[in-house]
Write a protein of this length. Structure first.
Length: 131
């Protein structure tokens, strides 16, 4: 069952670092033109279609790959109605100068952090969970 209580969410955070490197890129055209890439996430904005792809996928379409991220999945089963989890996680990372691009999915939140800060971010989130 999805958890709403912030204290319980933090206690059961269980961050997991994915091995892949990801990029956020924007492309022109419709999503159907990019489904073959199997994007991890998509979002339609006024300026274009945002795709979250592995770095290898992005390179295959010559998309911009200058900002590379690692994905940390917060394994706790968080409710979409929970209040404060994103704020606490982002604030803890921000205190150490780490950007956090968060995507909330149905079961879990996924935090994308700069490649060179991924291990540091993991340590921060592990400490946050233990507090």
């Amino acid at each position: 069952m999805a958890i709403i209580d912030l204290a319980t969410l933090l206690e059961k955070l269980q961050p997991v670092l994915a091995p892949e490197e990801y990029v956020f890129c924007t492309v022109n055209g419709e999503l159907k033109n990019y489904l073959g890439l199997n994007p991890l996430a998509t979002f339609v904005e006024t300026e274009g279609l945002t795709l979250v792809l592995t770095k290898v996928q992005a390179q295959s379409i010559a998309a911009c790959t200058h900002s590379t991220f690692k994905r940390i999945t917060l394994s706790v089963y968080s409710s979409l109605e929970a209040v404060g989890l994103t704020a606490v996680v982002a604030s803890a990372l921000a205190k150490e100068g780490i950007s956090a691009n968060v995507i909330a999915a149905y079961h879990h939140d996924h935090v994308f952090v700069p490649l060179d800060k991924a291990n540091q971010a993991m340590q921060i989130l592990i400490k946050l969970s233990a507090a």
